[in-house]
Design a protein around this ligand. Structure first.
Ligand code: NAG
Ligand code: NAG
Ligand code: NAG
Length: 272
């Protein structure tokens, strides 16, 4: 068997053995659009390695069962916690054709009212809005940049990091590439071995963040995250948790949800 054939076999075995998403035919779900928003649709066809979603608009998109964030059930979560990755009902589209936007829980108002309210920071333009629990959905879990559907930041030619999701992986010769969909029209590919090119979009724990670490961070006016260095951790671990100095100049106090850690360069020790 040639190399591609072997890879295909391994991939097929993974497809059979892997914990793939379970989507019964006819099930009504929220499904990811190419621009990373989510809309209502139904599972209308199931094939061997893919399934088809028909959106309420009539549009159809085919997804791999491997895709971790392709679809989710349209149910109100029992709770959400600070730092959770969520979908928030778009205010503009409320009532008409509902659209959900990706964001993080960045604030929790413990007011003991009849409805829980949370502050969500949306990926889109870093918009901050308040939502009740019934307007939120939990984004499915992913844990590695090589998982299809994982939400990530990909390094661009400008050395800034652009938000998107992993749309697939492929081999060119012996080299594994990860392809990241940024928006409707843009995508970026990197070699999987370039460990600082693609960063998982998961908020780091305060206890995992330390001075001198390389990070990427939010900077007002930029839609991408910019590389820099962590100067110090501050006393509060939520608001203004970190002080970051950016490579392009400029420093900023960053909230807990506004930085990601760039993996340190891997150094192997060889013993003769
Ligand atoms: C999806 O299913 C619901 C009920 O299960 C049905 O009312 C709706 O028309 C279906 N939509 C599409 C696009 O198939
Ligand atoms: C969210 O609610 C809090 C507490 O009621 C309030 O202080 C804050 O201004 C609200 N934020 C927005 C963006 O509406
Ligand atoms: C898509 O992303 C690329 C890279 O960030 C950007 O240059 C382009 O303007 C974006 N296109 C749209 C339609 O937002």
């Amino acid at each position: 068997m040639d190399f591609v054939g072997r890879c295909f076999l391994v991939l097929s075995l993974l497809l059979v053995a892997g914990a793939n998403i379970f989507v019964p035919k006819g099930k009504r779900v929220l499904a990811r659009m190419p621009d990373s928003t989510y809309s209502h649709g139904n599972v209308t066809e199931k094939k061997e390695t893919t399934f088809l979603i028909t959106f309420d608009s009539g549009d159809q998109i085919e997804y791999s069962y491997e895709d971790k964030t392709a679809v989710l059930y349209d149910t109100t979560p029992a709770w959400v916690s600070l730092g959770d990755h969520v979908l928030a009902m778009s205010m503009m589209a409320k009532g008409i054709e509902q659209q959900y936007l990706v964001g993080f829980v960045s604030g929790d108002f413990c007011q003991g009212r009849d409805k829980d309210r949370y502050e969500i920071t949306l990926d889109e333009s870093h918009n901050v809005k308040n939502y009740t629990l019934d307007e939120l959905r939990k984004l499915p879990f992913f844990s590695s940049i090589s998982q299809v559907g994982a939400r990530v930041f990909a390094r661009g030619n400008d050395n800034f990091y652009h938000r998107g999701f992993v749309k697939g992986t492929s081999y060119h010769g012996n080299t594994l590439y990860i392809h990241v969909q940024l928006n409707q029209s843009g995508s970026i590919s990197h070699q999987a071995s370039d460990e600082r090119a693609i960063i998982l979009d998961v908020i780091p724990l305060y206890s995992h963040v330390h001075a001198t670490q390389r990070v990427i961070g939010y900077y007002p006016g930029y839609s991408s995250y910019l590389p820099g260095m962590l100067v110090r951790r501050n006393a509060g671990c939520w608001k203004s948790a970190y002080h970051v100095r950016f490579d392009m100049g400029g420093q900023r106090e960053q909230d807990f949800n506004e930085i990601r850690i760039i993996p340190p360069p891997v150094k192997f020790l060889f013993f003769p």
